[in-house]
Design a protein around this ligand. Structure first.
Ligand SMILES: Cc1cc2nc3c(=O)[nH]c(=O)nc-3n(C[C@H](O)[C@H](O)[C@H](O)COP(=O)(O)OP(=O)(O)OC[C@H]3O[C@@H](n4cnc5c(N)ncnc54)[C@H](O)[C@@H]3O)c2cc1C
Length: 445
């Protein structure tokens, strides 16, 4: 049984674990459809293929080469972001872009063109992919780069695994002097306040994100804590830390069982939000290790159990700069329906890249975690409507239940994507539950 990280709609799949690229053609032989899977950190049904094959590529995890002059690493696609940090941070390199978890693979990071807290400054993961090797559904190996097979490159960056299996990739890391980030915290009294500060001040920071209290109402709607930072230079490390400029991963606690559904309710979430806001005062220059700043959730293993057996949805809504009042409408609906989000964050997004289905657009993105209570799917469709009315879009890595027509309206380059895909996969061998639901692939009659 496989599901995404949100654990909604698990499905039985045939899981195959090729241990090396040379096993891929056997792993995909025969009939039926297949889809690649990394560490299963997408939230919905993107790496699930009911009744069909799923290629778990996490055993394809060899480092293949590293150029210490340019910081370009070549690795198999199943290498995790954690392994890249563990290997290259002690050599003075960090990921150029990272999502809020290090338990994602390089293949997954490309297939979703993931973005991080520095999207406003540098864009998404695909911008740092020098090249990759793709095995198509027909079993051909294609080397792709922005200037080689570039159509396939930009269909694969953000293409949800639907152009083939990424076998290996060359990714440009960023040089850093330490494994610390110097963070400034600013309390913002409402949505206008946080958006204005992000708009005017983000350019001074490599990283910027705001936690947002999605239960606050009236004049406090959208009250937030902005958390912005830059990599700490060696000269900025306090003496106590200067002996160890590249700290390693900390030990993790685990949630040992599924919490009962009632634990996360509007009252407990309201209390959490209140405490979070009160604990985070405006203060400057807090030197924080990379693990704490980038991956707070990773510190609790299996934290998705907190939402109980029924799981949860993460809803990510990105609005163009000129339509930020859509965020107000979304927050008002949340507040009115008491569908509290335990963790909600908002961040400013920079320029998009050429990925045909890549998610980011310039504007603001809001992330909400919503427990799977009755009526959730209808509620998410209602939020999709608000998004559409404001020219916004949802994110495939987070989507669990969007309708095909909604997605098509949000992603104007879907037709181009389908054309490249159909050329690479004329027999429709690649598919996932999400791809069938959203009609990203031909659905058999
Ligand atoms: C706590 C948490 C925080 C997150 N924060 C962010 C964030 O800040 N920004 C963001 O953008 N995302 C974020 N995500 C989402 C996550 O980064 C993406 O879903 C990422 O793609 C997960 O990688 P994975 O290896 O687990 O891929 P999976 O979830 O296993 O698969 C995701 C997609 O990638 C495809 N895929 C995987 N490997 C390959 C391959 N080798 N070849 C071809 N296709 C492949 C799959 O077919 C599927 O379509 C977060 C997720 C979690 C759980």
């Amino acid at each position: 049984m496989l599901s995404g990280w949100g654990r909604m709609s698990p499905a039985e799949c045939e899981v195959v674990r090729p241990a090396a690229p040379s096993h891929l053609s056997d792993a995909t032989a025969g009939t039926g459809t297949w889809i690649a899977r990394g560490l299963g950190r997408s939230y919905g049904d993107q790496a699930v293929n009911a009744g069909n094959r799923v290629l778990d590529l996490t055993q394809m995890n060899c480092m293949l080469g590293f150029d210490a002059g340019t910081g370009v690493v070549e690795c198999e696609a199943g290498v995790s972001l954690e392994a890249l940090i563990d290997t290259f941070l002690p050599r003075g390199y960090f990921l150029p872009v990272t999502p809020g978890t290090k338990y994602a693979t390089v293949g997954g990071a490309i297939a979703n063109d993931v973005h991080g807290k520095n999207h406003h400054a540098v864009g998404s993961f695909g911008n740092f992919v020098e090249s990759f090797r793709l095995m198509t559904a027909e079993g051909n190996l294609l080397d792709c780069a922005p200037d080689q097979n570039s159509e396939v490159f930009w269909a694969t960056v953000g293409g949800s695994g639907l152009t083939g299996a990424i076998v290996s990739a060359r990714v440009r890391l960023q040089p850093v002097e330490t494994g610390y980030v110097t963070v400034d915290y600013e309390r913002c009294k409402n949505l206008d306040d946080v958006l204005a500060r992000a708009h005017d001040g983000d350019d001074r920071y490599q990283y910027s994100v705001a936690w947002i209290d999605c239960l606050a109402k009236g004049g406090s709607l959208g009250r937030s804590v902005l958390m912005r930072g830059n990599h700490t230079p060696l000269s900025g490390l306090p003496t106590a830390l200067s002996g160890n400029p590249y700290p390693g991963t900390a030990r993790r606690m685990a949630i040992p069982f599924d919490f009962p559904g009632f634990v996360l309710n509007a009252a407990s979430i309201k209390a959490f939000n209140e405490v979070f806001y009160l604990r985070h005062h405006t203060r400057q220059g807090v030197v924080t290790d990379w693990n704490t700043y980038f991956y707070p959730l990773d510190q609790i293993k299996k934290w998705n159990r907190m939402y109980g057996k029924r799981g949860f949805a993460q809803y990510q809504a990105t609005f163009p700069e000129e339509s930020v009042n859509g965020i107000v409408r979304l927050l008002e609906r949340l507040s009115a329906t008491r569908r509290a989000s335990f963790l909600a964050v908002i961040k400013r997004m920079g320029s998009p890249n050429a990925g045909l289905l890549s998610h980011p657009i310039e504007g603001y993105t809001l992330n909400l975690d919503l427990p799977n209570r009755s009526g959730l799917v209808d509620f998410l469709h209602e939020l999709d409507r608000i998004l559409l009315d404001h020219g916004g879009r949802l994110y495939l890595a987070k989507d669990v239940c969007a309708k095909a027509e909604t997605f098509a309206e949000m992603y104007p380059r879907l037709g181009e994507f389908r054309a490249v895909r159909n050329r690479l996969d004329p027999n429709n061998r690649l598919a996932s539950n999400q791809a069938r639901r959203l009609k990203l692939v031909e659905v058999p009659a």
